[in-house]
Design a protein around this ligand. Structure first.
Ligand SMILES: [Zn+2]
Length: 391
């Protein structure tokens, strides 16, 4: 029997349940705002010249039980009570692709379900959002960045497509590689103490360094030329942080300050520690991601370059396995391909978007790229469809 991955019947249930939980949680949604029928009337062209876009993915995803369901809501107070009332929430986002973090994130940024081996660091075959953006709008290299705590994401900034490629891609910053290079350079005695910030993410391609000394030099150059940070400043700040995701937010802040890029993607990945089986650390990471999303939105609203001109999209790359799925081990992994692991959500906030709105109709994670293309005014060759509620 052919399985319908796109709209599994139980996914409808997940979505409806998620909506009901939300209605109970925030209580202020009007009947009209729950309907997806009414669309924003402002045209994107009004905002186009100065718009900025930030995409945040949760690498590893988080299940409803630990987030939007009744028992999980205490973990996401910022998403629920601060951000959701300011944005449009999609309760039924389907990822019908491969549930590995690198290939799934590549699928989100190309708008096509990529089929390559998740464990090999390689450029996606289809053009990325960054290439469409930079080529289509003739934007400079300094305008598009990816910040990825997973070292294996080193090739995600551009594709191997013959009409695009690195000349049009995003700069990719791997905060853990920056930190490793800084520690090496300073001969710091902190290396052991900071090792918790250096541990690479789970189930990723292996990082493929150039010759070690060249590799360190490249990362140190990023630190000084791009982020305008000295090794000492960087290490001093790192010592004050609790996790790799916090390090990524710090890098994001520094990029915003130095270059005010118009297109950024940030992957938060602490929560994938769930693979180790440590439920409490998985919960800590969800709570941290929730806090960091609010911190990022606050950074946006207090920076004149970003305030009132930035659209923020937050979405997990996919979910995790259900507790009752006999093929899995509950929250720990995402290996069954079941509806819990494929059905997630997206929250979008921006000056042209409806606030306090929940959209129930199914969309796909590959719809994001053509949506951003339509909003900003460049064409994409994605198999996804622009999300009409966000145009
Ligand atoms: Zn994972």
């Amino acid at each position: 029997m052919r399985r319908n991955l796109l709209y599994p019947s139980s996914a409808q249930t997940i979505s409806a349940t998620r909506r009901d939980f939300l209605r109970g949680a925030i209580g202020t949604l009007s009947a009209a705002s729950i309907s997806s029928a009414a669309l924003a009337s402002q045209t994107a062209s009004v905002l186009r010249p100065t718009q900025k876009t930030i995409v945040v993915t949760f690498g590893g995803g988080a299940r409803d039980e630990e987030t939007f369901a009744k028992d999980g809501q205490e973990n996401i107070p910022n998403l629920l009570h601060t951000l959701l009332p300011q944005g449009t929430f999609f309760s039924h986002v389907v990822n019908a692709g491969i549930l590995g973090h690198y290939v799934a994130t590549a699928s989100i940024v190309t708008g096509s379900y990529e089929r390559f081996d998740n464990f090999i660091a390689q450029p996606p075959p289809n053009p990325t959002l960054f290439e469409y953006y930079r080529k289509g709008l003739r934007r400079p290299a300094s305008d598009a960045w990816v910040i990825a705590p997973s070292n294996g994401f080193q090739r995600i900034g551009s594709s191997s497509h013959s009409s695009f490629g690195p000349d049009y891609g995003a700069g990719v910053i791997l905060p853990k590689r920056l930190l490793a290079a800084a520690l090496h350079n300073s001969k710091s005695l902190d290396a052991d103490r900071l090792s918790y910030l250096l541990q690479d993410s789970y189930e990723m391609p292996l990082y493929q360094p150039l010759q070690t000394s060249i590799d360190h030099e490249l990362h140190l150059d990023t630190l000084s030329s791009t982020l305008k940070l000295s090794v000492d400043e960087f290490l001093q700040h790192a010592r004050s942080l609790d996790s790799a995701d916090e390090l990524s937010i710090f890098i994001t802040k520094q990029l915003m300050k130095q270059h005010a890029p118009s297109l950024m993607m940030l992957t938060l990945h602490d929560m994938d520690i769930a693979h180790s089986g440590a439920y409490s650390l998985y919960i800590d990471a969800i709570q941290r991601a929730d806090r960091l999303c609010a911190e990022l939105w606050s950074m946006v609203q207090t920076d004149p370059e970003y305030k009132d001109r930035t659209t923020l999209y937050i979405l997990p790359d996919f979910g995790r396995d259900g507790d009752t799925d006999p093929g899995g081990n509950g929250f720990q992994h995402h290996r069954t391909g079941g509806a819990m692991a494929r059905t997630t959500w997206m929250l979008a906030l921006g000056p042209h978007l409806r606030q306090n709105t929940i959209v129930d109709r199914p969309i796909q994670s590959i719809d994001l790229v053509p949506t951003i293309g339509s909003v900003l005014g460049f064409s994409t060759n994605s198999s996804g469809k622009p999300i009409r509620e966000l145009l």
